[in-house]
Design a protein around this ligand. Structure first.
Ligand SMILES: *[C@@H]1O[C@H](CO)[C@@H](O)[C@H](O)[C@H]1NC(C)=O
Ligand SMILES: *[C@@H]1O[C@H](CO)[C@@H](O)[C@H](O)[C@H]1NC(C)=O
Length: 569
């Protein structure tokens, strides 16, 4: 197995690292570019962001406050709502040994669109997680004060993720005060479900992301929509001195109803697998996943999953981006081998590949047409054998390998924390997936990868005080593309490109930025997505060939015509 060589890896890291990483072609200092800031005095921890593209609103969950900002200009605040912990709760929390000034406050952790009128919101509420409905018209809470256990962490320092799918909230968080009981759950009035509390299901996970991938509406197999979770957890399958971390992808089916006797009110479709992000010939293993973005685009055959990774012992500061296509993931879950624990000696268990017979219907599979044809109309009908098997074997033996079998990007001297990806069509029609990656020092890298390698177009210092980028969102509405980044001290809005910073044709073209093109007529570098139509004489070359610049020259307006002309040989 690849991890056998783990020991040697730490020593190798230093040597190999030296050779790595493209350098950003240009760096924009914080003051050099036009960014829009939002923060208010006495408010901190702006870590939860939600974008409503239809309404053009950015919702921000901070410590004890929720804001609604104009997404075209976040300096324009539309609403604010204070959501404070009562004096009584704060005192009780402090008695339990938590800090009254910091931990015993309400950190907003869930902000999800329930429907047109309501957001579903949860906060840590002095270690008594609470959820409520935020009316978007009055911008007031409904006062429901639902128990938020299993949907929102108790401790603001703990990891969490959530996604709203058809008005049901799916979350990955911890279920108790101590934070020792991890859970992936669905909050639903009809059929709430959760993971088994058992090490093989979740072992000290650090949740980073969750999203839904809808079944292909044109497919005839009647597959279900699936919700994917991403986290790093402590390995059960590899022997290692100390805790070895493993990046995981897990998934559940939307129509899962739990089992009737076995796995009652538990997922019958919970399966997880290891995500691989390594450079095989260099023996480099990136085994901590920090964030994920799932690129879904009409121009893509299938969604692509982008993850940012770091090694567990990251003393040299290495980061990588790996991309996975959905079919590889589905293949592992629907056809892969399972792992099985075996007791060796007395108390010691070892995980090995299960080679025995697999019950039918396949354990962990969603109910599809094939299952329905055999009269399994819902997970409640599934036979005990299938359920017992998935209960004992939630971990796949096969791993999910990245596209191209290696990272899209490897960079040293940086820790990547967040990623979003925009899919853009360059002037010549070639499509690029532009990666925007946030760092733990408040910077943003914009990078593309193409056949001949990778290129970091620019680095932008989003936050002047070098604090980590905690949340990153992309608004990719045509003609209005922005990035929003949240941190402890505030929120920043940035355009996706700074084309007008390039003042010469050569500069503009050498940026190799798919958003930017030189417009000879105006002698300016423009953002092609802000123009109403594209013109043939614009100059762009993502390969970095600026020779077209020298042969085109703008002529001054002629006396009679009054318009400029451009001649290109
Ligand atoms: C909240 O922000 C402060 C800095 O303003 C930081 O020290 C603290 O760790 C943050 N707390 C959480 C839970 O993120
Ligand atoms: C998905 O990735 C695998 C492995 O890199 C590759 O064999 C397969 O062709 C890819 N599928 C698509 C549709 O790109």
């Amino acid at each position: 197995m690849a991890l056998c060589a783990f020991y040697a890896v730490w020593c190798l890291l230093l040597e190999v690292a030296i050779a790595f990483g493209p350098v950003p072609r240009i760096t924009w200092e914080h003051k050099e570019v036009q960014l829009i800031h939002f923060n208010e005095s006495k408010v901190s921890n702006y870590s939860t962001l939600l974008l409503s593209e239809d309404k053009n609103v950015l919702y921000v969950g901070a410590r004890e406050v929720i804001f609604a900002l104009n997404a075209v200009n976040i300096a324009e605040k539309q609403h604010e709502l204070h959501w404070k912990v009562t004096e009584d709760k704060r005192t009780k929390c402090a008695v339990k040994g938590k800090s009254e000034q910091t931990e015993c406050r309400n950190y907003v952790r869930v902000l999800q669109q329930l429907n047109d009128t309501f957001l579903y919101v949860c906060g840590t509420n002095a270690f008594q997680p609470t959820c409520d409905y935020l009316n978007l018209i009055s911008f007031e809470l409904g006062g429901k004060n639902e128990d938020g256990k299993g949907r929102c962490p108790f401790d603001p320092a703990q990891s969490y993720t959530s996604v709203m799918v058809d008005e049901e909230l799916y979350s990955g968080t911890s279920y108790n005060f101590l934070g020792s009981e991890p859970i992936i759950s669905r909050h639903s009035h009809q059929s709430p479900l959760r993971t088994e509390y058992a090490i093989p299901w979740l072992n000290e996970p650090n949740f980073v992301f969750a999203d839904v991938i809808r079944a292909d509406p044109n497919s005839t197999d009647g597959e279900d929509d699936k919700i994917y979770f991403f986290f790093t957890e402590v390995s059960v399958e590899y022997e290692f001195v100390g805790k070895l971390m493993i990046p995981r992808i897990a998934r559940v089916c939307k129509r899962d109803q739990g089992g009737l006797r076995t796995l009652q009110k538990k997922w019958t479709s919970f399966l997880k697998a290891r995500l691989i992000c390594t450079i095989p010939d260099k023996n480099l293993i990136f085994n901590v996943i920090n964030d994920v973005f799932i690129l879904k685009s009409p121009t893509l055959k299938e969604p692509v999953i982008y993850g940012v990774f770091t090694p567990q012992l990251n003393n040299v500061g290495l980061s990588a981006v790996c991309a996975y296509n959905l079919s590889t993931v589905e293949e592992v879950f629907s056809k892969g081998k399972y792992m099985q624990s075996a007791t060796v000696e007395q108390s010691h268990t070892k995980w090995v590949r299960y080679n025995g017979e697999i019950p039918n219907p396949r354990p962990g599979a969603c109910i599809n047409n094939e299952a329905r044809a055999s009269n399994y109309m819902s997970s409640l009908n599934l036979p005990d054998k299938t359920l017992q098997f998935v209960k004992d074997h939630p971990l796949m033996d096969d791993s999910v390998t990245p596209m191209g079998d290696r990272p899209r990007l490897v960079k040293r001297d940086v820790k990547y924390t967040q990623i979003v990806v925009d899919r853009v069509r360059a002037l010549n029609g070639t499509i690029y997936d532009v990666m925007f990656i946030g760092t733990d020092r408040g910077a943003l890298h914009k990078a593309i990868s193409y056949e001949n390698g990778m290129h970091i177009i620019e680095e932008t210092q989003l936050f002047p005080n070098f604090e980590p980028v905690q949340t990153l969102l992309l608004s990719s509405k045509t003609g209005r593309r922005y990035l929003f980044a949240g941190s402890n001290s505030g929120v920043v809005q940035s355009p996706v490109a700074f084309c007008d910073k390039y003042t010469t044709c050569v500069d503009c073209v050498l940026a190799r930025d798919p958003y930017c093109s030189w417009k000879p007529l105006e002698a300016s570098c423009i953002d092609i997505f802000k123009e109403s139509e594209m013109e043939r004489n614009w100059i762009q070359n993502i390969g970095g060939d600026a020779s077209s610049c020298s042969v085109c020259s703008a002529q001054p307006p002629e006396k009679n015509g009054g318009t400029s002309t451009v001649t290109c040989d």
